[in-house]
Design a protein around this ligand. Structure first.
Ligand code: HEM
Length: 430
C-alpha cells in the first residue's frame, strides 16, 4: 500500500515537472495559444514536427502514422491516401455505408430509448472495417474488435503505468489482441479461404505491398480503423446533440432528405449525386464540426527556436495547436457560440483553411475528411426520415481531452412510420 502511494507520488511529481517544463509557459501565456494554432499546418517538418506523448506512442506502436515523421511518414501517408482513393465516393462504398446506417437504425425498432454514442460507434466502425478488411459489419469478429478498440481508446490518454488493471495496461493488452485478430484476418485473406472475406478490400493492396513490413501493415490497419471510426462516431453524436436542440434545423433536414428520398425507391441506395444534393445537411455538418471541435488540438514540437509575435518558442518545446481557437473567434464568426448552420450559406465549405480547420492541415491534413462527412450525412438521412428524438437529460459533451458524453448520450426515440414492417432492407447485398 505504502509502496503504491509512494509510486503514485513519484509519478505525479515527474508528470508535474514534465507539464511545467513543456506546457505551462505556453498555457500561462495568453499569446501562446494563438502562436501555437497558427503555425504547424504550413510549417510541418520545417519549424514543427508531429510529437505525440510517449504513452500514446507506446500504445500505438513505432510505425503508427501519428508517430512516424519525415520520409517514413510520407510513405505510410501515401498508403492512407491510396486507401481513401480506393473508396472515394464510389457506388460500392456508398452502398456499404448506406446499408450499415440502415442496419443500425432498423435495429431500434420497438425501442423507445438508446445510448446514442454506442450506436454511432457501431455504425462508424462497421462502415470503415468493411472497406479496410472486407468483413461485413455483422461478422462476429467485428463486435470483438470494437470492444478491444473501446478499451484501447480509454487507455490512450491515461497515466502510463503498465501495471495489471490500469487503463494503460488494459490498452496495451487491447492493442495486442487487436493486432492478433488483424493478423488472423490477414492470414485468412492471404490464403483466400475465408468465405466471409471474399469481398475486395484495401487489405489486399497492403498484403501485396512488399516494401512494408508485416508489423507496418498491422499498425496501418489499426491506425486507419481507429482514426476512421472514433472521430466519425463523435461527429454523429455531436450532430444528434446539436440538431436535437433545434426543431427548425431538424425540420429543414427532414425536408431535404424527404425530397431526396421521394425521387428514389425506399430500398434504393444513396449515391454520390444524392450526397451532392444534401446541401443543407453539409452546412449542418460543418456547423457541428465548428461548434463541436472534435479534435481539440494536435501535438507538435518545435524543431528550432521559433519567433512568433514577439515570443520565442524554444527548440524542443511541445506546442499544442488548438484547432478550435479560430472556430470560436468572434472576429471570424458572428455569434460564434450559436449553432447556426445557415452561416455556411454561400460560403466555402472546404474543411481546411485559416478560418476552419476541423481536420488539421498541411502535411498532416486528415485524408479521411470526406469519408467521415459522407458517413455522417448518410446516417442522418435514415435517422431523420425514420425517427424523431429528444435528448434525455442535460448530458453536455465533455473534453477528456477527447470528446465524451456522460452516460453515452441517452436519447428518447420515436418512429415516424406506423407500419410494423421494417421500411428498409437490412442486410441486403448489392
Ligand atoms: C469527423 C471525422 C474526422 C475528424 C474530425 C478527423 C480529424 C483529424 C485530424 C485533426 C487529423 C490531424 C492530426 C494531426 O495533425 O496530428 C487527422 C489525421 C488523420 N485522419 Fe482523420 N478525422 C476524421 C475522420 C477520418 C476518417 C474517416 C479517416 C479514415 C481514413 C481518417 C484518417 C486519418 C489519418 C490516417 C490521419 C493521419 C494523417 C497523417 O498523419 O498524415 N480520419 N484526422
Amino acid at each position: 500500500m505504502v509502496t503504491t502511494v509512494l509510486l503514485a507520488v513519484f509519478v505525479a511529481a515527474i508528470l508535474a515537472a514534465v507539464v511545467y517544463r513543456h506546457f505551462l509557459p505556453l498555457l500561462r501565456n495568453p499569446g501562446a495559444p494563438g502562436a501555437a494554432s497558427a503555425g504547424p499546418s504550413s510549417n510541418e517538418e520545417r519549424l514543427f514536427q508531429c510529437s505525440y506523448p510517449g504513452p500514446i506512442r507506446g500504445i500505438l506502436g513505432g510505425s503508427s502514422l501519428l508517430v512516424v515523421t519525415g520520409e517514413r511518414h510520407r510513405r505510410i501517408r501515401g498508403m492512407a491516401l491510396a486507401f481513401v482513393a480506393s473508396t472515394g465516393l464510389r457506388p460500392a462504398y456508398l452502398a456499404d455505408v448506406d446499408r450499415a446506417a440502415r442496419a443500425v437504425v432498423a435495429s431500434w425498432r420497438g425501442r423507445c430509448a438508446v445510448a446514442f454514442c454506442d450506436e454511432a460507434r457501431q455504425f462508424a466502425f462497421g462502415a470503415i472495417v468493411e472497406q479496410v478488411v472486407g468483413l461485413s459489419p455483422e461478422a462476429p469478429l467485428i463486435r470483438r474488435l470494437l470492444e478491444h478498440y473501446s478499451t484501447f481508446m480509454k487507455g490512450l490518454v491515461s497515466l502510463p503505468l503498465n501495471i495489471p488493471g490500469t487503463p494503460y495496461a488494459r490498452a496495451v493488452e487491447a492493442r495486442r489482441k487487436i493486432s492478433l485478430t488483424l493478423e488472423e484476418i490477414m492470414d485468412e485473406r492471404w490464403k483466400g479461404d475465408g468465405s466471409s472475406f471474399r469481398k475486395p478490400a484495401f487489405l489486399d493492396v497492403l498484403i501485396a505491398d512488399s516494401e512494408l513490413s508485416h508489423d507496418d501493415k498491422v499498425t496501418f490497419v489499426l491506425d486507419t480503423l481507429l482514426a476512421g471510426y472514433e472521430t466519425t462516431s463523435v461527429l454523429l453524436s455531436m450532430l444528434v446533440y446539436f440538431v436535437g436542440q433545434s426543431a427548425q434545423c431538424l425540420e429543414q433536414l427532414k425536408v431535404e432528405h424527404e425530397s431526396i428520398r421521394s425521387s428514389k425507391g425506399t430500398d434504393e441506395f444513396l449515391t454520390a449525386e444524392d450526397y451532392r444534393k444534401m446541401e443543407y445537411t453539409q452546412r449542418v455538418i460543418n456547423e457541428t464540426l465548428r461548434c463541436g471541435n472534435i479534435v481539440k488540438f494536435v501535438h507538435r514540437k518545435a524543431l528550432k527556436d521559433v519567433k512568433y509575435k514577439g515570443y520565442v518558442i524554444p527548440a524542443g518545446w511541445k506546442v499544442l495547436p488548438i484547432l478550435g481557437s479560430v472556430h470560436l473567434d468572434p472576429a471570424l464568426y458572428k455569434n460564434p457560440q450559436e449553432f447556426d448552420p445557415c452561416r455556411w450559406e454561400g460560403l466555402d465549405q472546404t474543411s481546411s483553411g485559416k478560418k476552419f480547420a476541423p481536420f488539421g492541415g498541411g502535411l498532416r491534413l486528415c485524408p479521411g475528411s470526406e469519408l467521415g462527412k459522407v458517413e455522417a450525412a448518410f446516417f442522418l438521412h435514415h435517422l431523420v426520415l425514420q425517427y424523431g428524438w429528444r435528448l434525455d437529460g442535460e448530458y453536455v459533451p465533455m473534453a477528456h481531452p477527447y470528446v465524451e458524453f456522460s452516460k453515452g448520450l441517452p436519447i428518447e426515440i420515436w418512429c415516424h412510420q406506423q407500419s410494423d414492417t421494417a421500411p428498409w432492407f437490412v442486410g441486403q447485398q448489392l
